[in-house]
Design a protein around this ligand. Structure first.
Ligand SMILES: Nc1ncnc2c1ncn2[C@@H]1O[C@H](COP(=O)(O)OP(=O)(O)OP(=O)(O)O)[C@@H](O)[C@H]1O
Ligand SMILES: Cc1ncc(CO)c(N)n1
Length: 273
């Protein structure tokens, strides 16, 4: 069994963060380990408190896991501060594993999960180490410094993110209002999109965490990047389409759905380059 590591914040509500990552890893048959960057007091209605960990303690967690497990792939989520990002980058530089960076910035209730002063550290310290970066539209705007309104803007933003050193970027279309939920994937020499029908639902808490955790699990199991992204898209589509009816706010997705449906889900793929 392959080992993966998530470096992220804890969501007491269980739908996002470390909890979403570990549930996704378990469902996809990889052994999940974790380094917790911050505790959040959180439910489906919002984030009520944030308690960051000391950067040295984040380092200690990562180094302990790395010293004892052959970690194939690492995922980062909520990193909160420039100091924690620096600690994570310093530890990860010592290890050759796939790295999926989910550049978590704000929660659905708009609580900040990344300090404004940490954005440049994310770009200069972590993106150069990334196999894949998975921003939503507002995160892609912050990382690229561009306003995104058109498909050309998405391409221009992706170019800037790749120029920062990431091998590949998925700009997720969850925040757009098309009939399809379309994600745009860019590498140095390819561009393609993956789409599934957009579902009208309030159950979208932790969609980004779950999608990037699924990408991480598939990469660890030897899937090529393209196939890892397509399978992760199936995982998140099924998780959103068959929600567990819990919480009165943005409810959690269903991490069991992919397994129960044996990954049965149509993803439309459009090769652009
Ligand atoms: N209503 C929806 N129906 C179908 N797919 C969706 C829907 N909303 C999001 N998705 C898909 O879920 C994945 C995550 O995208 P999204 O843009 O929601 O991430 P996010 O904003 O980072 O999530 P979060 O910050 O809440 O964890 C993408 O593949 C996106 O296309
Ligand atoms: C801990 C944590 N990480 C990420 C997100 C974004 O979904 C969240 N709401 N909480």
């Amino acid at each position: 069994m392959e080992t993966v590591l998530t470096i992220a914040g804890s969501d007491s509500g269980g739908g996002a963060g470390i909890q979403a990552d570990l549930k996704t890893f378990q469902e996809l048959g990889v052994f999940g380990t974790s380094a917790i960057t911050a505790l959040t007091a959180q439910n489906t209605r919002g984030v009520h408190g944030v308690l960051p960990a000391a950067p040295e303690f984040v380092t200690q967690q990562i180094d302990c896991v790395m010293a004892d497990f052959p970690v194939k792939a690492v995922k980062t989520g909520m990193l909160f501060s420039a100091e924690i990002i620096q600690a994570v980058a310093d530890s990860l530089k010592k290890h050759a594993s796939f790295l999926v960076v989910d550049p978590v910035m704000i929660a659905k209730d708009r609580t900040s999960l990344l300090q404004q002063s940490a954005v440049s550290a994310l770009i200069t310290e972590l993106l150069p180490l990334a196999t894949l970066v998975t921003p939503n539209i507002p995160e892609a705007e912050t990382l690229s410094g561009l306003v995104i309104e058109t498909q050309d803007d998405i391409s221009a933003a992706a170019k800037r993110i790749l120029a920062a050193g990431a091998e590949a970027v998925v700009i997720k279309g969850g925040h757009l209002s098309d009939k399809q939920a379309t994600d745009y994937i860019f590498t140095a020499d390819t561009v393609f999109t993956v789409s599934t029908p957009r579902i009208e639902t309030r159950h979208t808490h932790g969609t980004g965490c779950t999608f990037s955790a699924a990408c991480t699990a598939f990469l660890a199991q030897g899937y090529h990047l393209r196939d890892a992204i397509i399978e992760a898209k199936k995982f998140i589509h099924l998780a959103i389409s068959q929600p567990i009816n819990l919480g009165s706010g943005h409810g959690p997705t269903n991490h069991f759905a992919y397994h129960i449906n044996k990954g049965n889900c149509e993803v439309a793929i459009n090769d652009i380059r």
